[in-house]
Design a protein around this ligand. Structure first.
Ligand code: 3AM
Length: 187
């Protein structure tokens, strides 16, 4: 079985910006488990454990969907916390730019993967980059103020492929391995 998810990778320049933001947030010394910047990605769909037959179907389906979608541009957007400030669990950075293309791509993936047996998410898709996960309430309210005050500027980056990842859970942090890269059509 392979623990699988579909994601959009970020260019090095955006990861650098995210690292700088994360370093500012780290200075509050709150109880957060931080996502290492080199592992940050935009999740499109988490599939969980699938077998090799299903993996082949997922690769074929995703490749087919991507070949029918043009590449598009995104930029880093405002920061926030999920599910809300009262019980924060995830600190994130949002996206701006061609978000309608992103949602359309996500919806097609949901629809076509549902047709091969993967149930769609019940929650609405909220595209985000996870920066860290809250582990304790230590210094959290000061950090949350800083999250909402963050002014993020980034140049647009082109999204030209969807990556299929294996995620192996370890006691420290998940290890991600690329299983396939599915190119989007040229825009
Ligand atoms: O991109 P983010 O960090 O939001 O939280 C996990 C991560 O999302 C999510 O899949 C991404 C790659 O691991 N994930 C992990 N387990 C999940 C589950 N059971 C899950 N998403 C939904 N259901």
């Amino acid at each position: 079985m392979v623990r699988t998810f579909l994601a959009i990778d970020l260019p090095a320049e955006q990861k650098k910006i995210l690292e700088k933001i994360q370093n500012r947030w780290k200075s509050f010394r709150a109880g957060i488990r931080w996502v290492p910047p080199d592992r940050m990605h935009l999740t499109l769909k988490f599939l969980g454990d699938i077998n090799t037959f299903q993996l082949k179907q997922v690769i074929d389906t995703t490749r087919n969907i991507c070949s029918n979608h043009s590449s598009f541009n995104l930029s880093l957007g405002a920061a926030g916390v999920f599910p809300g400030t009262r019980r924060p669990r995830v600190l994130w950075i949002g996206l701006t730019g061609d978000t309608r293309d992103l949602i359309l791509l996500h919806d097609h993936i949901e629809e076509h993967l549902a047709a091969i047996g993967f149930p769609p998410e019940s929650r609405r898709y909220s595209p985000h980059l996870t920066m860290g996960r809250v582990r304790s309430s230590r210094q959290i309210s000061r950090l949350i103020d800083a999250v909402y005050d963050e002014q993020i500027r980034s140049a647009p980056f082109q999204v030209s492929e969807v990556t299929i990842y294996e995620s192996i859970l370890t006691p420290e942090s998940p290890v991600y391995t690329v299983l396939d890269r599915c190119p989007l059509a040229c825009s």
